[in-house]
Design a protein around this ligand. Structure first.
Ligand code: GLA
Length: 341
């Protein structure tokens, strides 16, 4: 008789301070786990897959439905749980209840990684932060077909209160970096939802592979390597990644010095690079960055996450108010995924 067991786990969403589109070339990233996230309760066993999530279509299907074709499993949100179950070896079905205080669906705050990380823990997986993050990443790739990097799962699993995480996506070393109390993090939803599975992310991955075939690992490249690329589009993409890795180091220095204006400058330069070199911004996002960055008390703002909408991250003086129609929140860095009683 297969084991039946109930566990409940929480996993946070994230906002990335800097280091965008660098994880899949082994670069540096500096995300923070949010206090907002997703809670998943799972009872394993029962021979069927049953899923309930507030505001979403319920799921009911036979265990292991879909064979190897997860793309055919509906509703789409249950794919993340089915993929996690398969990766972990939960073969006799499960019943899952999902709740969220994170805005979900294309918000650029990693709700799908939070869902997958919470599911991985609630289904009984054990291991180090990086082992669990790798498992969640593979499940997410199974569910979406997009070869994302490891940033979102690593910060969701490993978040540390009041700290950003410097994640070296080549060595997978994680170093908590204190966020000083004199600098506040704001998260602003653009109102434009983006679809990561969209072709643009895949195209950027492919462009980075072509760049690396020509000049070697982007992580090791200096700005002088950009001139070796004949294709002007690839040259711009390379310039983004190379300068973005440098901006991660500058942000760490600015946080260590509690230097809000220097941190804000890094954000604004990062946004310019995403807009003109990596071309993952939109006019709505650019306008919102200008509005938020122009608000008294705000040091700087930029697009965060995969791009084409989603959310902005801003750094500001504590207590700063932004007058916006869209959803926004102050974000103290929170803790990583954990089992709940
Ligand atoms: C998405 C992916 C991450 C990362 C970001 C861009 O969130 O899941 O792995 O590539 O986009 O920085």
């Amino acid at each position: 008789m297969p084991e039946t067991r109930t566990r409940r786990a929480f996993a946070p969403g994230r906002v990335n301070l800097i280091g965008e589109h660098t994880d899949y070339t082994g670069g540096l990233v500096l995300p923070v786990a949010l206090e907002l996230g997703i809670t998943v309760e799972v009872t394993t066993g029962g021979g069927r897959i049953v899923g309930v999530s507030a505001g979403h279509q319920s799921a009911e299907l036979p265990a292991l439905a879909g064979g190897s074709d997860l793309a055919a499993v509906e509703p789409a949100w249950i794919r993340f749980l089915v993929a996690a179950a398969r990766r972990i070896g939960v073969v006799d079905g499960f019943t899952a209840t999902v709740s969220s205080d994170l805005p979900v669906g294309g918000t650029g705050l990693s709700s799908s990684s939070a869902l997958t990380c919470a599911a991985v823990l609630a289904m009984g997986a054990e291991g180090t932060v990086i082992e669990l993050a790798r498992l969640a990443r593979l499940a997410e790739i199974d569910a979406t077909g997009v070869e994302i990097g490891i940033m979102d799962q690593a910060v969701s699993m490993g978040g540390v209160a009041d700290h950003a995480l410097l994640i070296d996506c080549r060595t997978l070393d994680i170093t908590p970096v204190p966020v000083p109390s004199s600098i506040e993090v704001l998260v602003v939803h653009t109102g434009q939802s983006r679809d990561l599975a969209g072709s643009a992310y895949r195209r950027r991955l492919d462009e980075c592979r072509r760049i690396e075939q020509a000049i070697g690992p982007l992580r090791d490249a200096g700005q002088d390597a950009i001139a070796e690329l004949d294709d002007p589009v690839l040259a711009r993409r390379a310039r983004h990644v190379i300068t973005e890795n440098e901006r991660v180091r500058r942000m760490i220095d600015a946080l260590a010095a509690a230097d809000g204006p220097a941190a804000g400058k890094v954000l604004l330069e990062g946004h310019r690079s995403l807009r003109t070199d990596y071309e993952v911004s939109t006019p709505i996002v650019d306008d919102l960055v200008a509005t938020v960055a122009g608000t008294t008390g705000v040091y700087g703002a930029r697009l965060t996450g995969g791009g084409f909408g989603g959310s902005l991250v801003a750094l500001c003086e504590p207590g700063t108010e932004v007058a916006l129609d869209t959803w926004w929140t102050r974000a103290r860095p929170g803790v990583g995924a954990h089992l709940l009683a």
